[in-house]
Design a protein around this ligand. Structure first.
Ligand SMILES: *Cc1c(COP(=O)(O)O)cnc(C)c1O
Length: 407
């Protein structure tokens, strides 16, 4: 890993220099959102200082350069996930927006009364609720892939859930509450054998694992900019061209039309058909810098570094008396969830905050996972490329101190 220089990487993130409650910040809430490197922050300032103008509309110079920059991001995303065409990249507001788009548009056209949708027991609420809303509207049904005590999906049970009514599978690549890496490649092959399409929620995967949508043969893939070192308010929906073409548009408005009269409207072609209205222009443009940043380090280097860090953190945390890990899958990345006997996650989180350590406590938008393990919530430390073993040591010492105070 000669290219991997952790001191240089940390220096790229200005916020890591600040203190919280008089202590150096130890930021371990990357599953909620990551910090941004200077290149991303600077590009937002650059956009408003030198380029600000609406996209896809004007004939004038500024509108042309902002449109070009927005389209550069689309091409950058295409290359990043190896999509066949740049028109298969829809710029959204984020993962939630992308899933709702598919539930609405694919659902409207292709899912009918009595049909079935398969999701997993470890989905984020944003990959549960849109399907429930669709089922309420259409009279279709959700079936859930169970998991074992380690937080791994039961693949035999998965295969047995299919029948002639199964239309769609929506599954997360990496669990935000457990860290489990699901075997999505196999899951997609199985679904395709049964004639179902697959949506993969890559919100917790895109910043940790190399993704090739053509190799996966995934039908739809969604992720958020803000969890991959980019701005908030922007995300990506990848969809296979023929599927996107067959779907009705999402929202109606400007940019998504070809021609409008009061009698009839014809819709624009891909990708604009799904991009109604003025997008978050600066976030769309600056997502390009976030991908450049990841590419400058190399996802394979990030994967190896974070894997090592996760292993170290797991070993060190295991030494704390009363520690119970939630999520002990063979294949994991970036997330360590746990509870400690005799303490409430929230109380531990408050004490850690006093020590400058940012973790998340609670159900992590995955209440069914907490129910499955019979707990109200967990303490979650989630890693990014700039975290270090020294920070893990500070976390472990902080938890020891919290436990001593609480028990
Ligand atoms: C964060 C997250 C989402 C929702 O992403 P938003 O950026 O809030 O739209 C969905 N799924 C998973 C697995 C996540 O971690």
């Amino acid at each position: 890993m000669e290219k991997f220089n952790i001191d240089k990487i940390r220096a790229d993130f200005p916020i890591l220099k600040r203190e919280v409650n008089g202590k150096p910040l130890v930021y371990l809430d990357n599953g909620a959102t990551t910090q941004k490197p200077s290149s991303v922050i600077d590009s937002i300032v650059h956009y408003y200082t030198d380029m600000n103008s609406n996209v896809h509309r004007g004939v004038h110079y500024l509108s042309q350069i902002s449109t070009d920059a927005f389209e550069v991001t689309r091409k950058k995303v295409q290359a990043f996930i190896n999509a066949a065409e740049d028109k298969e990249i829809i710029i959204t507001k984020g993962t939630t927006d992308g899933i709702n788009l598919i539930a609405t548009c694919y659902g409207r056209a292709f899912i009918h009364e009595g049909d079935e949708i398969i999701i997993s027991a470890m989905e984020h609420h944003s990959n549960i609720v849109p399907w429930q809303m669709l089922c309420d509207e259409k009279g279709c049904k959700i079936r859930v892939i169970p998991m074992n005590d380690k937080g791994e999906l039961d693949m035999d049970a998965y295969s047995n859930l299919f029948n002639e009514k199964t239309k769609l599978v929506a599954v997360t690549y990496v669990s935000n509450s457990l860290g489990t890496i699901n075997p999505v490649s196999d899951m997609i092959s199985i679904a395709h054998r049964h004639g179902a399409v697959v949506l993969v929620d890559a919100a917790q995967a895109i910043q940790h694992i190399q993704i090739d949508v053509q190799k996966l043969d995934v039908d739809f893939l969604v992720f958020s900019g803000h969890k991959m070192y980019g701005p908030t308010g922007v995300g990506v929906l990848y969809g296979k061209e023929d599927l996107l073409n067959a779907m009705p548009p999402y929202q109606g408005g400007g940019d998504m039309i070809k021609e409008v009269t009061f009698e009839k409207t014809t819709y624009n072609e891909l990708p604009f058909k799904f991009e109604a209205g003025t997008p978050n222009i600066e976030a769309g443009i600056c997502l390009n810098e976030a991908i450049d940043y990841i590419n400058s380090i190399g996802l394979e280097n990030i994967e190896a570094y974070e894997h090592d860090l996760l292993q170290y953190a797991t070993e060190k945390l295991a030494e704390i008396p009363g520690m119970r890990f939630i999520g002990t899958a063979e294949k994991k990345c970036s997330v360590i969830s746990f509870v400690i006997d005799g303490t409430h996650p929230y109380d531990v989180g408050v004490i850690l905050d006093k020590l400058g350590i940012a973790v998340r406590t609670g159900h992590h938008c995955a209440q069914p996972v907490m129910d499955r393990f019979g707990i109200p919530g967990t303490i979650r430390a989630s890693l990014a490329v700039y975290n270090t073993k020294e920070e893990i040591d500070i976390l472990v010492a902080g938890i020891q101190r919290a436990v001593n105070m609480l028990i």
